[in-house]
Write a protein that binds this ligand. Structure first.
Ligand code: ADP
Ligand code: MG
Length: 276
């Protein structure tokens, strides 16, 4: 069952995002499977969604429902068994600099490079920028995440939150068509996590990028996303798509926010249990 996008949160259509820019990413009836010897594990079943330019699109579902697998397929690391994924109307057939992933792990930064080198290196390699151009752009994005003064530090001297900021700066500096984030704040303590969500929203307003964000936290999905795709437990199927751009960090204590959390929880878990 796919709920009408507007049925959960009336008065908030997604036409605004659609109107500002066109369809960017299309995931069309995608099945994803892993083959382990003779066994086949189906990770997602018949998943479809569209991401528009400027969206903060969230894939939300319980652990094991195939969110990371979907993100990896969009990144081009794995191919769908059936269905298709296209970006700007072109089929995704492998990884590319137009899709950059920020992962959950703090060790995604090579430890032998300084913060500046971490951000500048991919710009030299993938974007073919000169040393000076790469440095200038890297510093620009480090400034955006508040880490310009740590440019010469090594990753091991940074906190988890700071490492994630570097990873975000490095991804944004590549100016991808879509920024992919796989539970980027899940390993952070609760306070830092909230702060990072807030910073991500501020960055989105300043830098204007398109985001595809994976989380299993309902609250995080509501705060970070303007649109949310709910996936059922393993194998992931689309349960509903809803709009959430009316929520921000300030919404946490509000009753309408709590009501939305309860509704999503019901859609994700209770209806599934009832169907079994
Ligand atoms: P999520 O990110 O939503 O927690 P995943 O995409 O990681 O879910 O996993 C979806 C399903 O695919 C799970 O059942 C998981 O066990 C399986 N899976 C994930 N990665 C692999 C792999 N490399 N090999 C085999 N099975 C995998
Ligand atoms: Mg995952």
């Amino acid at each position: 069952m796919v709920a009408n996008p507007d049925s959960l949160f009336p008065n908030h259509g997604n036409q605004a995002a659609a109107a500002t820019s066109g369809k960017l990413l299309t995931v069309d009836h995608v099945n994803l499977e892993y083959r382990i010897r003779e066994r086949i594990v189906r990770a997602t079943h018949d998943v479809s969604f569209d991401v528009y330019g400027g969206d903060r699109f969230v894939l939300l579902g319980p652990s094991g429902c195939g969110k990371s697998t979907l993100l990896k397929a969009v990144a081009g690391f794995i191919q769908p068994t059936s269905g298709s994924i296209s970006l700007d109307g072109r089929m995704v057939r492998g990884p590319g600099a137009d899709r950059i992933v920020v992962f959950q792990e703090f060790d995604q930064l090579p430890p032998w490079m300084t913060v500046l080198q971490n951000v500048a290196f991919p710009l030299r390699v993938a974007k073919k920028l000169s040393r000076a151009q790469a440095k200038e752009r890297a510093l620009h994005y480090l400034e955006k995440v508040g880490l310009a003064s740590f440019a010469n530090a090594y990753p091991h001297t940074l906190s988890g939150g700071m490492k994630q900021r570097v990873a975000i700066a490095r991804a944004l500096a590549m100016q991808p068509r879509v920024l992919l984030m796989d539970e980027p704040f899940a390993a952070l303590d609760a306070l830092t996590r909230r702060k990072m969500q807030e910073e991500l929203l501020r960055l989105w307003e300043e830098v204007n990028f398109t985001l595809l964000f994976v989380t299993h936290s309902i609250e995080e999905a509501l705060v970070v996303g303007n649109r949310i795709l709910l996936l059922s437990p393993h194998p992931g199927r689309v349960r509903a798509e809803l709009n959430s751009h009316q929520y921000s960090q300030d919404s946490f204590g509000r009753t309408d926010f709590q009501r939305s959390v309860a509704r999503i929880h019901h859609l994700l878990f209770e209806e599934t249990e009832a169907a079994q």
